[in-house]
Design a protein around this ligand. Structure first.
Ligand code: NAP
Length: 326
């Protein structure tokens, strides 16, 4: 089969011939129709992730969309979203014409949403929704601040906050393209992040944008200065949930800010979700997508372009989420 094959850690995969997968007992064979290139794929393939360096060669792709071709009769022919541990555990992932998946990692698709859109949303959308609903326990009428609001997590968080009843959604993003995306997805106010932001001044802008006492909930895929400022802008009882480190490995937590307001700084990982909850959240998000209430910017490219597309994602020059079509 044709597949994206990583042969050196830290180097983009190349489109190449690769042996067809042999499903282990209980696994099903999925014909892949759409697979995104995500930050987690790049992290795993770099060989520097906390999962350890993957054995080479391997096919990356921690999630995707396809149709079950071999397996139990009730699954054959079903359109599915799938998750894979490629790059985190031995074995190949979804960036290929075929992939082997355990049934527990399949989510049957019912919503009328095109495969590339499902692939673009995927786990980033699950995280955005679950950070708000499950981790921050967003209440109707609260002010939600979304950092890095032009990315997939960010765009979906802006839309989900609204659907979950937020009174006001404030978006922060660095590039003009990202700010435009956040505004288009429905943010009430969009603030620019700069290279020289000073936490206290940025916190004042966030508090002003929220009005009232400040930010009730912060969705933080960035860490770094923006997250440190958002901690300072938390309202009494506010919750900042960190789920990524796109802007830095650490965020500063001002003791007085969290103590005086009984605020909380929380972490989030999709890896702690049960398969049932992951399916429930993805199905909810896709139902909203089918009604046009949740969408995300993405670009569809053939699998043959994987080396160039991967490099663009790595350099930050990809316009939006890249979805490969085998
Ligand atoms: N914990 C979990 O379970 C989980 C799940 C999904 C994602 N994540 C993490 O969440 C993060 C975002 O994921 P994603 O899928 O939304 O990725 P994405 O679509 O690539 O978005 C990343 C965003 O981060 C912004 N960004 C990058 N570096 C920045 C910097 N130095 N300062 C300010 N903004 C910066 C980018 O802004 P520009 O548009 O301006 O370039 C982009 O909008 C990643 O770190 C990912 O690993 C975690």
């Amino acid at each position: 089969m044709r597949a994206a094959v990583v042969t050196a850690h830290g180097r983009p995969p190349a489109a190449a011939e690769h042996p067809d997968p042999t499903p282990a007992p209980g696994q099903v064979l999925v014909e892949v129709t759409a697979v995104p290139i995500t930050p987690l794929d790049l992290l795993c393939a770099s060989g520097t992730s906390y999962f350890g360096a993957p054995t080479l060669p391997y096919v990356p792709g921690v999630q995707g969309v396809g149709v079950v071709r071999e397996g139990p009769s009730h699954l054959v022919g079903r359109r599915v979203w799938f998750a894979s541990t490629a790059g985190m555990a031995p074995g190949d992932g979804g960036m290929a014409e075929l992939t082997a998946v355990s049934p527990a990692d399949l989510v049957p698709l019912h919503a009328d949403v095109p495969d590339p859109v499902v692939a673009a949303l995927g786990l980033s959308a699950v995280a955005a929704w679950e950070v708000l609903q499950g981790r921050a326990r967003l209440l109707p009428g609260e002010c939600v601040v979304v950092l890095g609001a032009g990315g997939v997590v960010g765009q979906v968080a802006v839309q989900s906050a609204r659907l979950l009843g937020a009174r006001r959604v404030v978006a922060l993003a660095r590039s003009a393209t990202a700010r435009e995306a956040a505004a288009r997805r429905g943010a009430d106010e969009v603030l620019a992040l700069g290279d020289d932001d000073e936490p206290t001044a940025l916190a004042a802008r966030i508090r002003d944008a929220c009005g009232g006492d400040g930010a009730d909930v912060v969705v933080d895929p960035l860490a770094g200065v923006a997250a440190s400022a958002a901690v300072l802008a938390l309202a009494p009882g506010g919750r900042l949930v960190n789920l990524g480190s796109s802007a830095g490995a650490t965020l500063a937590v001002d003791s007085a800010a969290v103590r005086s307001r009984s605020a909380a700084v929380l972490g989030y990982t999709n890896n702690a979700l049960t398969a049932e909850r992951r399916e429930e959240v993805l199905t909810t998000v896709l139902a909203h997508a089918a009604r046009g209430r949740i969408g995300v910017d993405h670009t569809v490219r053939p699998l043959a372009d994987v080396a160039e597309a991967w490099q663009q994602v790595r350099e930050g020059t990809a316009r939006d989420r890249v979805v490969l079509v085998p």
